[in-house]
Design a binder for this molecule. Structure first.
Ligand code: MSP
Length: 526
Protein backbone atom coordinates (compact mmCIF):
# COMPACT_ATOMS: atom_id res chain seq x y z
CA UNK A 1 0.00 0.00 0.00
CA UNK A 2 1.27 3.45 -0.90
CA UNK A 3 2.45 5.63 1.97
CA UNK A 4 1.30 8.70 0.02
CA UNK A 5 2.97 11.04 -2.42
CA UNK A 6 6.48 12.42 -2.52
CA UNK A 7 7.59 15.04 -5.02
CA UNK A 8 10.78 16.79 -5.95
CA UNK A 9 12.48 18.69 -8.75
CA UNK A 10 15.80 19.55 -10.31
CA UNK A 11 16.23 23.02 -11.83
CA UNK A 12 14.78 23.41 -15.30
CA UNK A 13 18.10 23.63 -17.11
CA UNK A 14 18.99 26.24 -19.70
CA UNK A 15 19.41 24.71 -23.11
CA UNK A 16 22.38 26.84 -24.08
CA UNK A 17 24.78 24.12 -22.95
CA UNK A 18 24.63 20.34 -22.77
CA UNK A 19 24.51 18.69 -19.32
CA UNK A 20 27.84 18.72 -17.46
CA UNK A 21 29.01 17.32 -14.14
CA UNK A 22 27.38 20.21 -12.24
CA UNK A 23 23.91 19.74 -13.66
CA UNK A 24 24.31 15.95 -13.54
CA UNK A 25 25.14 16.26 -9.83
CA UNK A 26 21.78 17.84 -8.93
CA UNK A 27 19.95 15.42 -11.15
CA UNK A 28 21.59 12.33 -9.65
CA UNK A 29 20.88 13.62 -6.13
CA UNK A 30 17.21 13.98 -6.99
CA UNK A 31 17.22 10.53 -8.56
CA UNK A 32 18.68 8.88 -5.47
CA UNK A 33 15.85 10.37 -3.41
CA UNK A 34 13.22 9.46 -6.00
CA UNK A 35 14.44 5.86 -6.19
CA UNK A 36 14.67 5.51 -2.43
CA UNK A 37 11.24 6.97 -1.70
CA UNK A 38 9.73 4.63 -4.31
CA UNK A 39 11.37 1.68 -2.57
CA UNK A 40 10.05 3.16 0.66
CA UNK A 41 6.45 2.97 -0.54
CA UNK A 42 5.77 6.49 -1.82
CA UNK A 43 4.19 7.47 -5.08
CA UNK A 44 6.92 9.74 -6.45
CA UNK A 45 6.79 12.69 -8.84
CA UNK A 46 10.24 13.76 -10.03
CA UNK A 47 10.25 16.74 -12.38
CA UNK A 48 13.10 17.97 -14.52
CA UNK A 49 13.18 19.81 -17.83
CA UNK A 50 14.64 22.42 -20.13
CA UNK A 51 14.42 26.21 -19.76
CA UNK A 52 14.13 27.36 -23.36
CA UNK A 53 12.85 30.93 -23.38
CA UNK A 54 14.54 34.24 -22.68
CA UNK A 55 17.21 36.39 -24.19
CA UNK A 56 20.15 34.12 -23.45
CA UNK A 57 18.71 31.19 -25.40
CA UNK A 58 17.51 33.48 -28.21
CA UNK A 59 21.03 34.97 -28.46
CA UNK A 60 22.70 31.54 -28.42
CA UNK A 61 20.41 30.37 -31.23
CA UNK A 62 21.15 33.52 -33.23
CA UNK A 63 24.90 32.99 -32.83
CA UNK A 64 24.43 29.59 -34.41
CA UNK A 65 22.27 31.00 -37.16
CA UNK A 66 19.28 29.01 -35.99
CA UNK A 67 15.69 29.76 -35.06
CA UNK A 68 15.34 29.52 -31.27
CA UNK A 69 12.84 26.69 -31.45
CA UNK A 70 15.05 24.67 -33.80
CA UNK A 71 18.02 25.25 -31.50
CA UNK A 72 16.05 24.08 -28.45
CA UNK A 73 14.74 21.03 -30.30
CA UNK A 74 18.28 20.12 -31.26
CA UNK A 75 19.30 20.19 -27.57
CA UNK A 76 16.58 17.90 -26.27
CA UNK A 77 18.40 14.66 -27.15
CA UNK A 78 21.54 15.89 -25.34
CA UNK A 79 19.52 16.15 -22.11
CA UNK A 80 17.41 13.06 -22.53
CA UNK A 81 20.43 10.95 -23.51
CA UNK A 82 22.52 12.21 -20.60
CA UNK A 83 19.76 11.42 -18.13
CA UNK A 84 19.20 8.00 -19.70
CA UNK A 85 22.90 7.28 -19.51
CA UNK A 86 22.87 8.17 -15.79
CA UNK A 87 19.73 6.07 -15.18
CA UNK A 88 17.62 9.02 -14.09
CA UNK A 89 14.04 8.04 -13.34
CA UNK A 90 12.28 11.39 -13.80
CA UNK A 91 8.53 11.21 -14.08
CA UNK A 92 8.16 14.34 -16.19
CA UNK A 93 10.45 16.30 -18.45
CA UNK A 94 9.01 19.75 -19.05
CA UNK A 95 10.13 21.85 -21.97
CA UNK A 96 9.12 25.44 -21.37
CA UNK A 97 8.19 25.81 -25.05
CA UNK A 98 5.50 23.15 -24.79
CA UNK A 99 1.86 24.29 -25.13
CA UNK A 100 1.03 22.83 -21.69
CA UNK A 101 3.68 25.10 -20.13
CA UNK A 102 2.24 28.16 -21.89
CA UNK A 103 -1.16 27.22 -20.48
CA UNK A 104 0.25 26.94 -16.93
CA UNK A 105 2.20 30.19 -17.16
CA UNK A 106 -0.84 32.04 -18.44
CA UNK A 107 -3.19 30.61 -15.85
CA UNK A 108 -0.71 31.29 -13.05
CA UNK A 109 -0.01 34.93 -13.96
CA UNK A 110 -3.68 35.58 -14.74
CA UNK A 111 -4.51 34.56 -11.18
CA UNK A 112 -1.86 36.93 -9.81
CA UNK A 113 -3.14 39.70 -12.09
CA UNK A 114 -6.68 39.06 -10.85
CA UNK A 115 -5.46 39.21 -7.26
CA UNK A 116 -4.09 42.70 -7.92
CA UNK A 117 -0.38 42.03 -7.56
CA UNK A 118 0.68 43.32 -10.99
CA UNK A 119 1.05 46.82 -12.41
CA UNK A 120 2.59 48.36 -15.49
CA UNK A 121 5.64 50.58 -15.21
CA UNK A 122 9.01 51.29 -16.70
CA UNK A 123 12.20 49.61 -15.66
CA UNK A 124 15.47 51.44 -15.59
CA UNK A 125 18.38 49.38 -14.48
CA UNK A 126 20.93 46.72 -15.10
CA UNK A 127 20.45 43.29 -16.53
CA UNK A 128 22.85 40.40 -17.08
CA UNK A 129 21.73 38.23 -19.97
CA UNK A 130 23.97 35.34 -18.98
CA UNK A 131 22.46 35.17 -15.50
CA UNK A 132 19.05 36.37 -16.74
CA UNK A 133 19.02 38.55 -13.64
CA UNK A 134 18.30 42.20 -12.76
CA UNK A 135 20.89 43.88 -10.53
CA UNK A 136 20.86 47.00 -8.39
CA UNK A 137 23.73 49.31 -9.35
CA UNK A 138 25.14 48.98 -5.84
CA UNK A 139 25.54 45.23 -6.38
CA UNK A 140 27.54 45.53 -9.61
CA UNK A 141 31.30 45.21 -9.94
CA UNK A 142 33.58 47.09 -12.33
CA UNK A 143 36.05 45.76 -14.87
CA UNK A 144 39.55 47.16 -15.44
CA UNK A 145 38.18 49.95 -17.64
CA UNK A 146 35.63 50.89 -15.00
CA UNK A 147 32.61 49.48 -16.85
CA UNK A 148 29.95 47.72 -14.82
CA UNK A 149 30.08 43.93 -14.85
CA UNK A 150 27.88 41.22 -13.40
CA UNK A 151 28.87 40.32 -9.82
CA UNK A 152 28.17 36.64 -10.53
CA UNK A 153 29.54 35.83 -13.99
CA UNK A 154 31.69 38.98 -14.46
CA UNK A 155 30.31 39.64 -17.94
CA UNK A 156 29.22 43.13 -19.06
CA UNK A 157 25.70 44.07 -17.95
CA UNK A 158 23.13 45.87 -20.09
CA UNK A 159 21.42 49.09 -19.13
CA UNK A 160 17.73 48.52 -19.67
CA UNK A 161 15.85 51.78 -19.98
CA UNK A 162 14.45 53.22 -23.23
CA UNK A 163 11.12 53.64 -21.50
CA UNK A 164 10.18 50.02 -22.26
CA UNK A 165 6.98 49.28 -20.38
CA UNK A 166 7.00 46.18 -18.25
CA UNK A 167 4.63 44.39 -15.98
CA UNK A 168 5.80 44.46 -12.40
CA UNK A 169 5.09 41.99 -9.64
CA UNK A 170 4.63 43.69 -6.26
CA UNK A 171 7.41 41.70 -4.62
CA UNK A 172 8.03 44.53 -2.14
CA UNK A 173 4.66 43.79 -0.51
CA UNK A 174 5.89 40.34 0.47
CA UNK A 175 8.84 41.26 2.64
CA UNK A 176 7.07 40.82 5.97
CA UNK A 177 5.13 37.77 4.83
CA UNK A 178 8.31 36.08 3.64
CA UNK A 179 10.17 36.82 6.86
CA UNK A 180 7.25 35.42 8.84
CA UNK A 181 7.17 32.39 6.58
CA UNK A 182 10.89 31.65 7.11
CA UNK A 183 10.37 32.01 10.84
CA UNK A 184 7.43 29.61 10.91
CA UNK A 185 9.02 27.13 8.52
CA UNK A 186 12.61 26.78 9.68
CA UNK A 187 13.17 23.83 7.32
CA UNK A 188 12.22 25.77 4.19
CA UNK A 189 15.73 26.87 3.24
CA UNK A 190 18.56 24.44 3.75
CA UNK A 191 21.36 24.26 4.60
CA UNK A 192 21.26 26.77 7.44
CA UNK A 193 23.96 29.04 5.99
CA UNK A 194 21.81 29.74 2.94
CA UNK A 195 18.86 30.51 5.16
CA UNK A 196 20.84 33.18 6.96
CA UNK A 197 21.86 34.67 3.63
CA UNK A 198 18.26 34.83 2.40
CA UNK A 199 16.86 36.22 5.65
CA UNK A 200 19.41 39.01 5.65
CA UNK A 201 18.75 39.75 1.96
CA UNK A 202 14.99 40.01 2.48
CA UNK A 203 15.44 42.02 5.68
CA UNK A 204 17.20 44.73 3.66
CA UNK A 205 13.98 45.28 1.68
CA UNK A 206 12.64 44.02 -1.64
CA UNK A 207 12.09 45.84 -4.89
CA UNK A 208 9.23 45.04 -7.23
CA UNK A 209 10.20 42.65 -9.99
CA UNK A 210 9.75 43.17 -13.70
CA UNK A 211 8.13 39.97 -14.97
CA UNK A 212 7.61 40.79 -18.63
CA UNK A 213 9.49 41.93 -21.71
CA UNK A 214 8.10 43.56 -24.83
CA UNK A 215 11.33 44.10 -26.80
CA UNK A 216 11.49 40.50 -27.94
CA UNK A 217 8.93 37.75 -28.35
CA UNK A 218 10.80 34.56 -27.38
CA UNK A 219 8.58 33.69 -24.44
CA UNK A 220 5.04 33.01 -23.27
CA UNK A 221 2.65 35.93 -24.02
CA UNK A 222 0.93 37.28 -20.93
CA UNK A 223 -2.81 36.59 -21.25
CA UNK A 224 -3.84 40.10 -20.11
CA UNK A 225 -1.35 41.88 -22.42
CA UNK A 226 -0.30 39.80 -25.40
CA UNK A 227 2.40 42.20 -26.53
CA UNK A 228 4.43 41.13 -23.50
CA UNK A 229 6.15 37.83 -22.91
CA UNK A 230 6.93 36.46 -19.45
CA UNK A 231 10.43 37.08 -18.05
CA UNK A 232 12.32 33.79 -18.28
CA UNK A 233 12.21 33.13 -14.51
CA UNK A 234 8.52 34.04 -14.40
CA UNK A 235 8.13 31.19 -16.85
CA UNK A 236 10.63 28.50 -15.81
CA UNK A 237 9.64 28.28 -12.13
CA UNK A 238 6.11 27.44 -13.19
CA UNK A 239 7.43 24.34 -14.98
CA UNK A 240 7.56 22.73 -11.53
CA UNK A 241 3.78 22.98 -11.48
CA UNK A 242 3.34 21.90 -15.10
CA UNK A 243 5.35 18.74 -14.38
CA UNK A 244 2.71 17.52 -11.94
CA UNK A 245 -0.30 18.42 -14.02
CA UNK A 246 -1.17 22.02 -13.03
CA UNK A 247 -3.88 23.45 -15.29
CA UNK A 248 -3.87 20.21 -17.24
CA UNK A 249 -7.34 18.83 -18.00
CA UNK A 250 -5.75 15.53 -19.03
CA UNK A 251 -4.26 14.93 -15.58
CA UNK A 252 -7.16 15.55 -13.19
CA UNK A 253 -6.33 15.53 -9.47
CA UNK A 254 -2.61 15.07 -9.98
CA UNK A 255 -1.56 18.57 -9.09
CA UNK A 256 -3.59 18.49 -5.88
CA UNK A 257 -2.00 15.23 -4.79
CA UNK A 258 1.62 16.25 -5.48
CA UNK A 259 1.63 19.92 -4.50
CA UNK A 260 3.21 21.28 -2.31
CA UNK A 261 6.41 19.43 -3.06
CA UNK A 262 8.94 17.94 -0.67
CA UNK A 263 12.03 19.38 -2.32
CA UNK A 264 13.38 21.70 -4.94
CA UNK A 265 17.05 20.82 -5.42
CA UNK A 266 19.01 23.79 -6.77
CA UNK A 267 22.55 25.09 -6.83
CA UNK A 268 23.39 27.84 -4.35
CA UNK A 269 23.59 30.42 -7.16
CA UNK A 270 19.84 30.32 -7.78
CA UNK A 271 18.46 30.31 -4.25
CA UNK A 272 17.14 33.89 -4.36
CA UNK A 273 14.82 32.93 -7.19
CA UNK A 274 13.67 29.86 -5.30
CA UNK A 275 13.56 31.20 -1.76
CA UNK A 276 12.37 34.79 -2.32
CA UNK A 277 10.65 35.25 -5.67
CA UNK A 278 9.08 31.81 -5.95
CA UNK A 279 7.40 31.68 -2.52
CA UNK A 280 6.14 35.24 -3.03
CA UNK A 281 4.68 34.22 -6.40
CA UNK A 282 3.00 31.22 -4.78
CA UNK A 283 1.60 33.36 -1.97
CA UNK A 284 0.21 35.81 -4.52
CA UNK A 285 -1.37 32.95 -6.47
CA UNK A 286 -2.87 31.54 -3.26
CA UNK A 287 -0.90 28.29 -3.45
CA UNK A 288 0.98 26.52 -0.67
CA UNK A 289 4.79 26.57 -0.72
CA UNK A 290 7.26 23.74 -1.28
CA UNK A 291 8.51 22.28 2.00
CA UNK A 292 12.19 22.71 1.33
CA UNK A 293 14.52 24.39 -1.13
CA UNK A 294 17.87 22.72 -0.78
CA UNK A 295 20.74 24.83 -2.15
CA UNK A 296 23.68 22.53 -2.76
CA UNK A 297 27.25 23.67 -3.28
CA UNK A 298 29.40 23.77 -6.38
CA UNK A 299 31.64 21.10 -7.72
CA UNK A 300 35.09 22.54 -7.99
CA UNK A 301 38.00 21.34 -10.06
CA UNK A 302 41.34 22.65 -8.90
CA UNK A 303 39.51 25.08 -6.65
CA UNK A 304 37.41 26.71 -9.38
CA UNK A 305 33.71 26.34 -10.10
CA UNK A 306 33.34 24.00 -13.00
CA UNK A 307 31.57 25.58 -15.92
CA UNK A 308 31.49 25.28 -19.65
CA UNK A 309 32.60 28.87 -20.16
CA UNK A 310 35.74 28.25 -18.08
CA UNK A 311 36.52 25.18 -20.17
CA UNK A 312 36.99 23.04 -17.07
CA UNK A 313 33.76 21.11 -17.42
CA UNK A 314 34.25 17.39 -17.81
CA UNK A 315 31.45 15.57 -19.55
CA UNK A 316 29.54 12.96 -17.59
CA UNK A 317 30.16 10.49 -20.41
CA UNK A 318 33.95 10.83 -19.95
CA UNK A 319 33.70 9.61 -16.38
CA UNK A 320 31.01 7.03 -17.03
CA UNK A 321 33.33 5.55 -19.66
CA UNK A 322 36.03 4.98 -17.04
CA UNK A 323 34.08 4.20 -13.88
CA UNK A 324 30.70 3.00 -15.07
CA UNK A 325 27.45 4.73 -14.24
CA UNK A 326 26.95 3.24 -10.76
CA UNK A 327 30.39 4.19 -9.48
CA UNK A 328 29.95 7.65 -10.97
CA UNK A 329 26.68 8.16 -9.09
CA UNK A 330 28.13 6.74 -5.90
CA UNK A 331 31.22 8.93 -5.93
CA UNK A 332 29.41 12.26 -6.28
CA UNK A 333 26.77 11.38 -3.72
CA UNK A 334 29.01 9.86 -1.08
CA UNK A 335 32.15 11.96 -1.37
CA UNK A 336 30.72 15.46 -1.80
CA UNK A 337 28.68 16.48 1.26
CA UNK A 338 25.38 17.76 -0.13
CA UNK A 339 25.14 21.45 0.72
CA UNK A 340 28.89 22.12 0.70
CA UNK A 341 31.23 22.88 -2.18
CA UNK A 342 33.26 19.84 -3.11
CA UNK A 343 36.56 19.46 -4.88
CA UNK A 344 36.51 16.60 -7.29
CA UNK A 345 39.42 14.93 -9.01
CA UNK A 346 40.19 11.79 -10.93
CA UNK A 347 42.66 10.73 -8.25
CA UNK A 348 40.07 10.96 -5.51
CA UNK A 349 37.49 9.21 -7.65
CA UNK A 350 39.84 6.28 -8.25
CA UNK A 351 40.60 6.14 -4.54
CA UNK A 352 36.93 5.97 -3.55
CA UNK A 353 36.25 3.47 -6.31
CA UNK A 354 39.07 1.16 -5.26
CA UNK A 355 38.49 1.41 -1.50
CA UNK A 356 34.75 1.47 -1.14
CA UNK A 357 33.59 -0.31 -4.26
CA UNK A 358 36.30 -2.69 -5.50
CA UNK A 359 37.85 -3.64 -2.13
CA UNK A 360 34.80 -3.49 0.10
CA UNK A 361 31.50 -4.07 -1.66
CA UNK A 362 32.72 -5.86 -4.80
CA UNK A 363 35.21 -7.96 -2.90
CA UNK A 364 32.62 -9.03 -0.35
CA UNK A 365 30.32 -10.26 -3.10
CA UNK A 366 33.12 -12.15 -4.89
CA UNK A 367 34.46 -13.85 -1.79
CA UNK A 368 31.09 -14.92 -0.46
CA UNK A 369 29.75 -16.12 -3.79
CA UNK A 370 32.92 -18.11 -4.46
CA UNK A 371 32.81 -19.76 -1.06
CA UNK A 372 29.11 -20.59 -1.48
CA UNK A 373 29.90 -22.24 -4.77
CA UNK A 374 32.71 -24.23 -3.26
CA UNK A 375 31.18 -25.28 0.04
CA UNK A 376 27.47 -25.47 -0.77
CA UNK A 377 27.39 -26.31 -4.43
CA UNK A 378 26.24 -22.81 -5.28
CA UNK A 379 23.08 -22.88 -3.11
CA UNK A 380 22.12 -20.67 -0.17
CA UNK A 381 22.67 -22.85 2.92
CA UNK A 382 20.27 -23.21 5.85
CA UNK A 383 20.07 -20.24 8.17
CA UNK A 384 21.09 -20.72 11.74
CA UNK A 385 18.62 -20.72 14.54
CA UNK A 386 18.88 -18.38 17.51
CA UNK A 387 21.63 -16.22 16.07
CA UNK A 388 21.93 -13.98 19.08
CA UNK A 389 25.63 -13.47 18.65
CA UNK A 390 25.42 -12.29 15.05
CA UNK A 391 26.91 -8.83 14.65
CA UNK A 392 25.75 -8.56 11.05
CA UNK A 393 22.13 -9.08 11.92
CA UNK A 394 22.31 -6.46 14.60
CA UNK A 395 23.76 -3.87 12.24
CA UNK A 396 21.41 -4.79 9.39
CA UNK A 397 18.34 -4.54 11.58
CA UNK A 398 19.31 -1.07 12.76
CA UNK A 399 19.93 0.15 9.22
CA UNK A 400 16.47 1.15 8.00
CA UNK A 401 15.75 3.64 10.78
CA UNK A 402 19.06 5.47 10.38
CA UNK A 403 19.21 5.37 6.60
CA UNK A 404 15.63 6.58 6.30
CA UNK A 405 16.37 9.62 8.45
CA UNK A 406 19.56 10.34 6.50
CA UNK A 407 17.82 10.28 3.13
CA UNK A 408 14.76 12.17 4.37
CA UNK A 409 17.27 14.89 5.32
CA UNK A 410 19.08 14.37 1.99
CA UNK A 411 22.31 13.58 3.78
CA UNK A 412 23.60 11.29 1.06
CA UNK A 413 27.06 10.92 2.57
CA UNK A 414 25.70 9.56 5.84
CA UNK A 415 23.30 7.21 4.08
CA UNK A 416 26.11 5.80 1.93
CA UNK A 417 28.40 5.50 4.97
CA UNK A 418 25.80 3.44 6.83
CA UNK A 419 25.67 0.90 4.02
CA UNK A 420 29.45 0.91 3.66
CA UNK A 421 29.74 0.18 7.35
CA UNK A 422 27.63 -2.95 6.98
CA UNK A 423 29.68 -4.17 3.99
CA UNK A 424 32.91 -3.50 5.88
CA UNK A 425 31.60 -5.30 8.92
CA UNK A 426 30.81 -8.32 6.75
CA UNK A 427 34.36 -8.39 5.41
CA UNK A 428 35.65 -8.29 8.98
CA UNK A 429 33.23 -11.06 9.92
CA UNK A 430 34.90 -13.27 7.31
CA UNK A 431 38.27 -12.66 8.97
CA UNK A 432 36.80 -13.39 12.39
CA UNK A 433 34.86 -16.53 11.53
CA UNK A 434 37.32 -17.94 8.97
CA UNK A 435 34.86 -19.99 6.90
CA UNK A 436 37.79 -21.40 4.89
CA UNK A 437 38.97 -23.12 8.09
CA UNK A 438 35.49 -24.22 9.14
CA UNK A 439 35.12 -25.90 5.75
CA UNK A 440 38.05 -28.18 6.53
CA UNK A 441 36.44 -29.54 9.70
CA UNK A 442 33.34 -31.69 9.24
CA UNK A 443 32.22 -31.18 12.82
CA UNK A 444 31.87 -27.45 12.02
CA UNK A 445 29.38 -27.96 9.16
CA UNK A 446 26.52 -26.23 11.00
CA UNK A 447 28.70 -23.34 11.96
CA UNK A 448 29.89 -22.94 8.37
CA UNK A 449 26.33 -22.95 7.08
CA UNK A 450 25.39 -20.35 9.64
CA UNK A 451 28.32 -18.06 8.78
CA UNK A 452 27.71 -18.31 5.06
CA UNK A 453 24.00 -17.65 5.43
CA UNK A 454 24.75 -14.57 7.49
CA UNK A 455 27.09 -13.29 4.82
CA UNK A 456 24.72 -13.93 1.92
CA UNK A 457 21.87 -12.32 3.81
CA UNK A 458 24.05 -9.29 4.52
CA UNK A 459 24.83 -9.04 0.83
CA UNK A 460 21.10 -9.02 0.08
CA UNK A 461 20.55 -6.18 2.52
CA UNK A 462 23.56 -4.15 1.36
CA UNK A 463 22.28 -4.50 -2.23
CA UNK A 464 18.85 -3.21 -1.14
CA UNK A 465 20.28 -0.07 0.43
CA UNK A 466 22.86 0.54 -2.28
CA UNK A 467 20.12 0.40 -4.91
CA UNK A 468 19.14 4.12 -4.86
CA UNK A 469 22.81 5.01 -5.45
CA UNK A 470 23.86 2.12 -7.67
CA UNK A 471 20.76 0.62 -9.26
CA UNK A 472 22.51 -1.58 -11.82
CA UNK A 473 24.90 -3.27 -9.42
CA UNK A 474 22.13 -3.95 -6.93
CA UNK A 475 19.94 -5.45 -9.65
CA UNK A 476 22.89 -7.63 -10.66
CA UNK A 477 23.46 -8.81 -7.08
CA UNK A 478 19.76 -9.60 -6.70
CA UNK A 479 19.90 -11.63 -9.86
CA UNK A 480 23.02 -13.48 -8.62
CA UNK A 481 21.05 -14.40 -5.49
CA UNK A 482 18.08 -15.58 -7.61
CA UNK A 483 15.93 -12.83 -6.14
CA UNK A 484 13.21 -10.88 -7.97
CA UNK A 485 13.43 -7.56 -9.75
CA UNK A 486 14.78 -4.95 -7.35
CA UNK A 487 13.09 -2.12 -9.24
CA UNK A 488 9.67 -3.46 -8.19
CA UNK A 489 10.38 -3.04 -4.50
CA UNK A 490 7.96 -0.75 -2.71
CA UNK A 491 8.54 -1.72 0.90
CA UNK A 492 12.20 -1.66 1.72
CA UNK A 493 11.54 -1.72 5.45
CA UNK A 494 9.61 -5.01 5.31
CA UNK A 495 12.29 -6.47 3.05
CA UNK A 496 15.00 -5.54 5.53
CA UNK A 497 13.82 -8.11 8.03
CA UNK A 498 16.65 -10.50 8.73
CA UNK A 499 16.34 -14.01 7.30
CA UNK A 500 14.28 -13.42 4.17
CA UNK A 501 16.88 -14.85 1.80
CA UNK A 502 15.42 -18.29 0.94
CA UNK A 503 17.48 -21.36 1.67
CA UNK A 504 18.33 -23.27 -1.50
CA UNK A 505 18.37 -20.25 -3.85
CA UNK A 506 20.93 -20.82 -6.57
CA UNK A 507 23.73 -18.26 -6.54
CA UNK A 508 25.88 -17.15 -9.41
CA UNK A 509 29.50 -16.10 -8.93
CA UNK A 510 29.77 -13.78 -11.93
CA UNK A 511 32.51 -11.32 -12.82
CA UNK A 512 33.91 -8.80 -10.31
CA UNK A 513 31.36 -5.99 -9.87
CA UNK A 514 34.08 -3.32 -9.75
CA UNK A 515 37.36 -4.35 -11.36
CA UNK A 516 40.22 -2.44 -9.71
CA UNK A 517 41.46 0.67 -11.48
CA UNK A 518 45.01 1.85 -11.81
CA UNK A 519 45.35 5.59 -11.26
CA UNK A 520 48.39 5.76 -13.55
CA UNK A 521 46.51 4.23 -16.38
CA UNK A 522 43.59 6.58 -16.87
CA UNK A 523 42.76 8.69 -19.90
CA UNK A 524 43.65 12.36 -19.57
CA UNK A 525 40.70 14.70 -20.01
CA UNK A 526 42.42 18.01 -19.39
N1 MSP B 1 17.31 27.76 -15.94
C1 MSP B 1 17.77 28.06 -14.64
C2 MSP B 1 16.97 27.29 -13.60
C3 MSP B 1 15.52 27.51 -13.64
S1 MSP B 1 14.72 26.58 -12.44
C4 MSP B 1 13.16 27.06 -12.48
C5 MSP B 1 19.23 27.69 -14.51
N2 MSP B 1 19.67 26.79 -15.36
S2 MSP B 1 21.14 26.25 -15.44
O1 MSP B 1 21.22 25.33 -16.54
O2 MSP B 1 22.08 27.32 -15.45
O3 MSP B 1 21.21 25.42 -14.15
C6 MSP B 1 22.28 25.26 -13.59
C7 MSP B 1 22.12 24.47 -12.31
O4 MSP B 1 23.28 23.69 -12.24
C8 MSP B 1 22.09 25.39 -11.12
O5 MSP B 1 21.41 24.81 -10.04
C9 MSP B 1 23.58 25.50 -10.79
O6 MSP B 1 23.82 25.77 -9.47
C10 MSP B 1 24.04 24.09 -11.15
N3 MSP B 1 25.44 24.11 -11.47
C11 MSP B 1 26.08 24.68 -12.52
N4 MSP B 1 27.41 24.51 -12.36
C12 MSP B 1 27.65 23.84 -11.21
C13 MSP B 1 28.78 23.25 -10.60
N5 MSP B 1 30.00 23.40 -11.04
N6 MSP B 1 28.56 22.47 -9.52
C14 MSP B 1 27.32 22.17 -9.07
N7 MSP B 1 26.25 22.69 -9.63
C15 MSP B 1 26.40 23.75 -10.53
O7 MSP B 1 19.91 28.20 -13.63
Amino acid sequence: MSKGTYSLTTPIYYVNAAPHLGTAYTTIAADVVARYQRMNGFDVAFVTGMDEHGQKVADTAAERGMEPQAWCDSMEPAFRDAWDMLDITYTDFVRTTEPRQARSVQEFWQSIYDAGYLYKGTYEGWYCVHEETYYAESDLEKDEEGAFICPDCKRPVQLMSSGEENWFFKLSEFQEKLLAFYEENPGFIRPETRKNEIVSFVSRGLRDLSISRSTFDWGVPLPFDEGHVAYVWADALIAYLTGIGYADPERPGQFESFWPMNYHFVGKDIIRFHCVIWPAMLMAAGLPITHCVFGHGFLLTKGEKMSKSKGNALKPSDLVGVFGVDAYRYYFMSDVQFGHDGSISMERMVQVYNNELANTWGNLVSRVMNMTKKYFDGKVPAKCEGAADNPLRELAEALYAKYDVALAEVDFTSAADLVQELAQRANRYIEETEPFKLAKDESKADELSCVMYNLLETIRIVALYMAPFMPNTSAEVFSRLSLGDITDIADIEALSVWGLLPEGNAIEVGDPLFPRLDVDNLPDFE
